[in-house]
Design a binder for this molecule. Structure first.
Ligand SMILES: [Zn+2]
Ligand SMILES: [Zn+2]
Length: 242
């Protein structure tokens, strides 16, 4: 280009003329790390309390560090890495990202996960996104976990391994189901791909972890497919209400 103005210059000029709306509150988005989430909403991002289950991140203080559910039935994953609670402006941003056609939020949301991944001190061979069934992918036009996982892998200097986990069965939406119904719903919904390297340490990326039923089913499929270990990274943890 010889116009003397870079693509970035054009973009920032456009933003000045047509400021983007914050997807959470509709206010004017500013040039911040979590752009286009506005400064106000970023200040209100609800944090996961320091006391939470060391495995599934369920908020609360537990003797031995693990919640009753994890103690009674240990998950196939090592930990859920997240910094945020699924409420308030985090919920608003995730909903805008998943349901209101804002795939550009992937960068901001991945940056919200990156510190939890870096601070955990864990080591991974590859970052695997939670797969969507093809029909859901067709309807939404993008797999939200794929977009977040790709940015997260780049931010953390890890390899991005899309397509190493497949969704082989369509499932009902988990929202509105209780713990047992969720577990039944996702049973044998996943299968590891043939090209999953044996013994690999996987960082599985999901948008929100609620009861962990989906994460358990996906992690189990990865381990059955030969993975050595699985950790889960998520934008937020929804506290279990039942
Ligand atoms: Zn806002
Ligand atoms: Zn737990």
């Amino acid at each position: 280009m010889n116009s003397g103005i870079s693509a970035n210059g054009v973009r920032s000029l456009l933003r000045r003329v047509f400021p983007a709306a914050c997807p959470v509150c509709g206010g004017v988005a500013e040039e911040t790390p979590l752009y286009p989430v506005c400064r106000q909403c970023q200040g209100d991002l609800p944090l996961l309390p320091p006391e939470h289950c060391r495995i599934c991140a369920e908020p609360g203080r537990y003797s031995g560090g693990a919640c009753e559910v994890c103690a009674a039935d240990p998950p196939p994953f090592e930990a859920v890495l997240t910094r945020h609670l699924y409420s308030g402006s985090v919920m608003g941003a995730v909903r805008a990202f998943k349901y209101a056609g804002h795939p550009e939020l992937a960068r901001a949301l991945a940056r919200m996960i990156a510190p939890a991944v870096m601070e955990s001190g864990g080591r991974w061979d590859g970052v695997v996104p939670m797969p969507l069934h093809w029909l859901a992918l067709f309807r939404r036009g993008y797999n939200q976990s794929h977009l977040v996982a790709r940015v997260l892998a780049a931010e953390c200097g890890l390899s991005f391994w899309p397509g190493r986990l497949e969704r082989i069965r369509r499932t009902q939406a988990q929202a509105g189901l209780d713990r047992e119904a969720r577990a039944r719903n996702v049973l044998s919904a996943f299968r590891a791909a043939m090209n999953l390297p044996a013994g690999s340490r996987i960082l599985l990326v999901d948008d929100v972890v609620t009861t962990g039923a989906t994460a358990r089913a996906a992690a189990r499929a990865l381990l059955e497919g030969g993975a050595g270990s699985v950790s889960v990274a998520a934008i937020a943890r929804a506290p279990t209400l039942f």
